[in-house]
Ligand binder design. Structure first.
Ligand code: IMP
Ligand code: MG
Length: 176
């Protein structure tokens, strides 16, 4: 009984949709007339990416990168490894880049990924995250745009998983 473990809905489908549309507009205005590449961090960002790129009304390219932190159960820690790189691996010097992530927890993953992508000389590099748990931060890292700030609870849905399950929930839920 997989879905029995959900305690409550934290953020509804409608709330998420509204926020993504708002940030899509904001990003569109900021990057109007500029070369823009959205990089989603797999797998968690895939649902957010799909909605965010459709909320952007200027030309935009999308790519994905898969990284893994040594991560077990519900606490993440340790070093980040790139498992799957973007297709334009070496040189990003002709484009502005926005990294899209599902959630920033300790901040380790995105701090490392940002450093790595910065070495490829993008015109600019910013980070947008659907969720932010600032109370859990272990390193000095913040997103440029956080759509929702949440308390220190373990959440699933809208791309976020527990043991690879619940990614397909269309809202954000708190687990038991
Ligand atoms: P960190 O910011 O490096 O600690 O790691 C962020 C990653 O940890 C995210 O991309 C998620 O995969 C995972 N994570 C952190 N908190 C949660 C949560 O509440 N639910 C599901 N995954 C989480
Ligand atoms: Mg993730």
């Amino acid at each position: 009984m997989l879905f029995m473990k959900i305690k409550r809905t934290l953020i509804t489908e409608q709330e998420i949709e509204r926020k993504i549309k708002e940030y899509g507009k904001l990003i569109s205005r900021e990057y109007e007339g500029k070369n823009l590449l959205l990089i989603g961090i797999l797998k968690g960002s895939f649902v957010f990416m799909a909605d965010l790129c459709r909320a952007i009304d200027i030309p935009v390219r999308v790519d994905f990168l898969s990284a893994s932190s040594y991560y077990s159960g519900i606490s993440s820690s340790g070093e980040v490894k790139i498992k799957l790189d973007i297709s334009q691996e070496r040189d990003l010097s002709d484009t502005h880049v926005i990294i899209a992530e599902d959630i920033i927890d300790t901040g380790r993953t995105l701090k490392d990924i940002s450093q790595l992508l910065n070495q490829r000389n993008p015109l600019s590099l910013k980070v947008v995250t659907l969720l932010d748990k600032p109370s859990r931060r272990a390193v000095n890292f913040n997103a440029d745009w956080s759509l929702f700030t949440i308390p220190d609870v373990f959440v699933v849905g809208f791309g976020l998983d527990y043991d690879e399950n619940y990614r397909n929930l269309p809202y954000i839920a708190e687990l038991e």
